[in-house]
Each structure stands twice: as C-alpha cells, then as structure tokens.
Write a protein that binds this ligand. Structure first.
Ligand code: BTN
Length: 271
C-alpha cells in the first residue's frame, strides 16, 4: 500500500547481524506485542520483528493505552529468546531505551526518563513495553517499541497534547520511518549484544549518562501516594534509587516520575 512501511525498505537501513532479519510489516493489528506473542508461541526465531501501520489496542505501561494513528509512526515488537529470570526483564527495557535514545538523537537531541521513555524537548516520543512469553524453546521477551515519528498534535487526545511529541513536531519536517526503524534496530542489536557479553553495568552507565536525572529532585506517583526524593542512580533490577528527605534510601520500581523543574533538552554526549 502506498505510504506503508515495507520490509524491504527497513532492511535497506539495517546494519544488523541477527536482529530484524525476519521482519513482518503488517497493516492494522490489535497490538504488535500480542502478534509477537503468538509468533513466539509458534516458534518464531530470535530477533524476529513485527511492525504495523496502526494498532486498535496499542498497549502501554501501567495498563495504559498507546495512541497509534495509521501510517505515521512506528509500532514494533521484537522477539528475543532468553532464559533470563523475570526480575532481569527491566534491564532489557532500559537497554532498549538507551538504543532508541541513540537512534533518535541522529535526528534530534534526546533524553531518557525513567524507566525507558525517550523525550525530545521534554515531550515523550517513544515508549517501551517489555513482556515475557513462554515459547517452545524456553522463554521469550517481547520488546514493544512505539516511536512517534510523523504524528501531529491533532493525533493526540487533549490531555496528551502537552506531553507527547514526535520527530516531525520537533523538527518541522517529515521523517523517513524506514530509516528510523533501521537505525533503531541497529542500535538495539549493539546494546543487546553488549548486555549479553558484559552484563548490566555498561547499560546502567549509558542510561545514567543519557537521562540527566542523577542528582535531580523528582516526584514519584506510586499507587496511592506521591513521594519526593533525589535520584542516586539505577539498581541492578532497573529500579531507580532515590534519597528521601529523611536521608533514607528508597527504590522506585513502578509509577510515574516527574523531574522537579522539568526535563530540558539534554543532548547525549558525542562519541
Ligand atoms: C509506554 O507506556 O510508555 C509503553 C508504550 C509501548 C507502545 C508500543 S507500540 C508497539 C508495541 N505494541 C503495543 O501494544 N505496545 C508497544
């Protein structure tokens, strides 16, 4: 279909050894994570990717939905076979955030917001949903990545318009989705390989460098309460370590985080 993302176009932009070599580009689906889950159950290989032009039930973190207008953005899910224990799953979400941050900063300066939102000029342009799935050969991770590439303000419902952004809104120019998909998967393979080879510490360091959150005061809306604290760093479970006003240390494992004073555009360091 004209204007649709084709697997051939994405492949032309891929510099990967194993990720995205099996790539399925679909039209409308309920959620690419649900499609990927089915594919994993029926034996899809490690590194398979499914993308769609639109989602009728795009899923976000904390039971939210993900706005998925047709032909404008990227909605992708990656199938990764790994026997990693469930408590290591957030590490993969964090590494995917680092990879997406690196890919999108080829267009615009990006920052990371815990756990794995990518922001441009303080607005969210990417969300990541990492889920576990049983598959014939063991366990799989389904890594769902939504990137607002060419979304316009009118594509977002009223309450999101101040918070959500896109590459188009940030630059004033339409952006080639196949190029973004190719660059994103290429960075993702690099960071996933680093993680399997060297563990979580290079990921944590890269995340901290790109988030600009260390030392900042934050509000955390946890179920039933709001807490305030100063960010100390990440722990091995991908939790955010903060220091409460009492001096006590606290780990944030879920909830919505807001930096007091807001997120400026903090480009990641070159090199
Ligand atoms: C978040 O709430 O920040 C996570 C959003 C994740 C959205 C992506 S879009 C592709 C994949 N399919 C889904 O249903 N969700 C993820």
């Amino acid at each position: 279909m004209p204007g649709s993302l084709s697997a051939d176009e994405v492949r032309r932009n891929l510099e990967t050894k194993w990720l995205g070599r099996r790539l399925t580009c679909l039209d409308q689906v309920d959620s690419t994570n649900l499609v990927a889950r089915q594919l994993a159950r029926s034996g899809a290989e490690h590194g398979s990717v499914v993308s769609a032009e639109s989602q009728t039930r795009g899923r976000g973190r904390l039971g939210r939905s993900w706005v998925s207008p047709a032909h404008k953005n990227l909605y992708m899910s990656v199938i990764l076979h790994s026997d990693l224990p469930a408590d290591r799953l957030p590490q993969v979400g964090l590494l995917a955030g680092v990879a997406t941050c690196d890919a999108l900063c080829e267009w615009q300066p990006t920052t990371l917001k815990w756990p794995n939102d990518v922001l441009i000029g303080g607005r969210k342009v990417c969300g990541i949903l990492a889920e576990m799935e049983g598959s014939p050969g063991g366990r799989s991770l389904i890594l769902g990545i939504g990137v607002n590439v060419n979304a316009e303000e009118a594509d977002f419902p009223g309450e999101l318009r101040r918070k959500a952004g896109s590459l188009l809104l940030a630059s004033g120019r339409p952006v080639d989705r196949a190029r973004v998909a190719g660059r994103l998967l290429t960075h993702l393979e690099t960071w996933y390989d680093t993680w399997t080879r060297e563990g979580f510490s290079p990921i944590a360091a890269a995340w901290q460098e790109r988030s600009g959150m260390i030392g900042q005061m934050i509000h955390v809306a946890e179920p039933g309460t709001v807490i305030v604290g100063q960010v100390l760093g990440l722990d091995d479970d991908g939790g955010l370590r903060i220091q409460l006003p009492s001096g006590q240390e606290h780990r944030v494992l879920a909830g919505d985080v807001t930096v007091v004073g807001g997120y400026g555009p903090q480009p990641k360091a070159e090199g």
